[in-house]
Design a protein around this ligand. Structure first.
Ligand code: PMP
Length: 361
């Protein structure tokens, strides 16, 4: 006999916005077994933590019986010096995706509109829908943000705009002049988030540095992460740079103690290890060049990428390609019917994908 209230018709009222929410699709881990197995499905950094970073994380782990520093004070101080911004302009969060969620919380409620390019980072529609907002997706043009169309899409209900550069999953970038023209058209009471999760991999001098752009614009917020170039994806730490009203609201909306003590220590150590990390990023950028040259030599069309991944628009052949990569021992990220996003990883892993791609040229 079920207890009162556990019958099949008993159910708590949930918000309509969360019913039927699409699940976030995490990159697939390779199945362990015979042969090589590599994961190129989540835009991770293939390098393990630097010894000094691991050491700092280990030392911090000894105090996990205590709550972390609530305000991430040491980290904010080091970040402020590193990026030459006032400490009050910073807010950290549980990954940059956690900060993105806070950005929605501080700007957007039911009926409000969130504008972003599509296809782009798949968390945007999920987070916007959780907020009860209406998603306004502006199609990419030639795999790039169509900023003119995005500005046209702004209405009096628009509260937040995401500009993802380099764009996940296409790797394409937004140039400084087009970004400034776009920002000139956006009303100053609409918050524009420049998501620069992959910024450190950029080598195109025409690309704006969001942290330069935000300085003159009270409605611009820059999103960065320790997950990609810094190689700390497992520790879940990201940050925003924004003017004080926005940064203060972000801090007020943070999950208390959401940035843990190990993550704070590892992030501080990573910022102090700048040169060693920059060398690793340079090696990945060089590897990206080698991989793109090889793919194009096989006749594949690969859009120019400034990120640690590349995009193959394979349409109906997407799932077949992903299955062939898996067969070869590599997981990649398929978007059914559209294309495949492949992370730049270890050279041996990249070579396995190049060999598969040659058969799809
Ligand atoms: N922004 C973009 C564009 C991303 O691709 C990702 C990760 N896939 C994130 C933000 C979130 O990364 P994290 O939460 O690890 O900082």
């Amino acid at each position: 006999e079920p207890a009162a209230g556990t019958g099949s018709s008993a159910r708590p009222k949930l918000r309509e916005a969360v019913a039927g929410l699409p699940a976030y699709k995490a990159g697939k881990a390779p199945t362990p077994g015979a042969g090589p197995s590599y994961k190129l499905a989540s835009n991770e950094n293939p390098y393990p933590p630097l010894p000094g970073v691991l050491e700092a994380a280990t030392v911090a782990a000894a105090s996990v019986n205590r709550y972390p520093d609530f305000g991430s004070g040491e980290l904010l101080g080091v970040l402020a010096a590193y990026y030459d911004v006032p400490v009050e302009h910073l807010a950290v969060g549980t990954g940059s995706v956690g900060v993105a969620q806070q950005l929605l919380q501080i700007t957007t409620g039911p009926g409000d509109e969130v504008v972003y390019a599509w296809r782009s980072f798949e968390a945007y529609p999920i987070l916007a829908r959780i907020a009860g907002a209406t998603c306004v997706q502006v199609p990419l043009r030639d795999e790039r943000h169509d900023l003119g169309a995005m500005a046209d899409a702004v209405t009096e209900r628009t509260r937040l705009i995401f500009v993802c550069t380099p764009n996940n999953p296409t790797g394409t970038v937004v140039h400084r002049d087009e970004l400034e023209r776009f920002l000139d058209r956006v009303p100053s009471d609409v918050l524009v988030v420049i998501d620069e999760a992959y910024r450190e991999f950029n080598r195109d001098p025409a690309v704006a540095d969001g942290i330069d752009v935000y300085r003159d614009r009270a409605n611009v917020c820059v999103l960065r992460t320790f997950s990609k170039a810094y190689g700390l994806a497992g520790l879940r730490i990201g940050f925003a740079v924004a003017h004080p009203p926005v940064a203060a609201a972000l801090r007020a909306c943070a999950v208390p103690f959401g940035v843990n003590v190990v993550a704070q220590a590892a992030a501080v150590a990573s910022l102090r290890a700048g040169d060693a990390l920059r060398e690793r990023v340079a090696a990945l950028v060089a590897e990206r060049g080698r991989v793109l040259d090889a793919l194009r030599a096989h006749g594949l069309a690969v859009p120019a990428t400034e990120a640690n991944f590349y995009w193959l628009r394979l349409g109906e052949r997407t799932e077949k390609f992903a299955a062939a990569c898996e067969e070869a021992g590599v997981t990649v990220r398929p978007f059914a019917g559209e294309g495949v996003r492949v992370t730049i990883g270890e050279p041996a892993a990249n070579d396995l994908v190049i060999a598969v791609a040659a058969r799809f040229a």
